[in-house]
Design a protein around this ligand. Structure first.
Ligand SMILES: [Mg+2]
Length: 333
């Protein structure tokens, strides 16, 4: 029997423990959350990158892959409003791996950890009968009063994303078409390529949003807005409406789509791996929050829709309405 990624998670979740005691948040959010002592909560998350599925060694240089392996995990800590602290790294390597690959990978991995004051404290190395598999566990922390979860969005809130969408999907298509090799001279594709090859986790912004007290729910965008917002809605027991015309798409993304025969709208809605923050905020608090983000971080937030009573994610395109829940990236499709 074939299961979707969502069905697999639900199957595992139904057989695991639920929150209680020192476990404040169990399976279902970006991190598990433990409350041990004092006012700081512990955040725990794990992510795995598999060769040929999550990365292709033809265009993913080991230095950038090392950075990305750290960054995608740090992003889950940022999604809770937290600070990353410690990392564990597990590598499954085929017998013929090159030691230069390992050296460059570790250089990138440790440099990205250092960028966010995070220390590698252990791990595991094993052989692989197939390609390379990289698994990273990250421990972080956040104060009890600033923890942001997926499950606390309220009907009436605005749905906000922290930057332009679809850039990682466009970057991947550029790599598939050989543009990673052409440098920046030709197309000026550096930003889109970097979105796929070397994403930057939103730690500073996540901290600002958490400390603002304005944000009602938050997660990071890893599987595309259509799927990630559906997760947030399900956990919060609400629905959401997304305005097609409000999806933040750059001119450069449009040009890339024309060049590669892609659909910028599909990339923005369903493309995975943007690692931007997706969050909800009461309408009356948005302008003030946006001003603060602009002045302190130099970025502009984008409202893409609204939280409503009900369930699922509805796309509004003029007079048309359609359910787009869970139509983003699925590893098992
Ligand atoms: Mg996440």
């Amino acid at each position: 029997m074939e299961l979707s990624e969502k069905a697999i998670i639900e199957r595992i979740r139904s057989s695991s423990g639920s929150a209680g005691g020192e476990l404040l948040v169990a399976i279902g959010d970006d991190c598990a959350v433990l409350k041990r002592t004092g006012n700081m909560l512990e955040l725990l998350t794990i992510d795995t990158l598999v060769e040929e599925i999550h990365f292709n060694s033809v265009w993913h240089a080991p230095l950038l892959l090392g950075r990305k392996a750290a960054a995608v995990n740090i992003s889950d800590i940022a999604a809770m409003g937290g600070m990353p602290r410690y990392a564990l790294l597990s590598l499954a390597l085929p017998g013929d791996f090159k030691k230069e690959w390992l050296d460059d990978f570790m250089k990138g991995f440790l440099a990205c950890l250092a960028d966010y004051d995070t220390e590698l404290i252990g791990g595991d190395t094993v052989g692989s009968s197939g390609g390379i598999t990289i698994s990273v566990t990250l421990l972080g922390e956040v104060s009890e009063t600033e923890l942001l979860r997926r499950s606390t969005a309220r009907a009436g809130d605005l749905v906000v994303v922290s930057d332009f969408l679809g850039e990682a999907a466009a970057g991947l298509e550029l790599c598939r078409n050989g543009y990673h090799d052409k440098g920046d001279g030709g197309g000026g594709w550096q930003r889109l390529l970097a979105a796929h090859l070397d994403p930057e986790p939103e730690v500073a912004l996540g901290r600002l949003l958490a400390a603002s007290g304005r944000v009602t729910a938050m997660m990071d965008l890893s599987d595309g807005l259509a799927t990630d917002l559906a997760h947030l809605c399900m956990e919060s027991g609400v629905g959401a409406e997304v305005e097609a015309s409000s999806l933040p798409i750059t001119d450069k993304l449009q040009i890339a789509a024309e060049l590669l025969d892609g659909d910028p709208f599909e990339w923005a809605l369903r493309g995975g791996e943007d690692y931007r923050l997706l969050f909800t905020v009461a309408e009356g608090h948005f302008e003030e929050l946006n001003d603060q983000v602009r002045s302190e971080i130099g970025r502009t937030l984008h409202v893409v829709g609204k939280v409503v009573d009900g369930s699922g994610v509805t796309l509004l395109e003029g007079a048309k309405r359609r359910d787009i829940s869970y139509t983003g990236y699925d590893h098992f499709k």
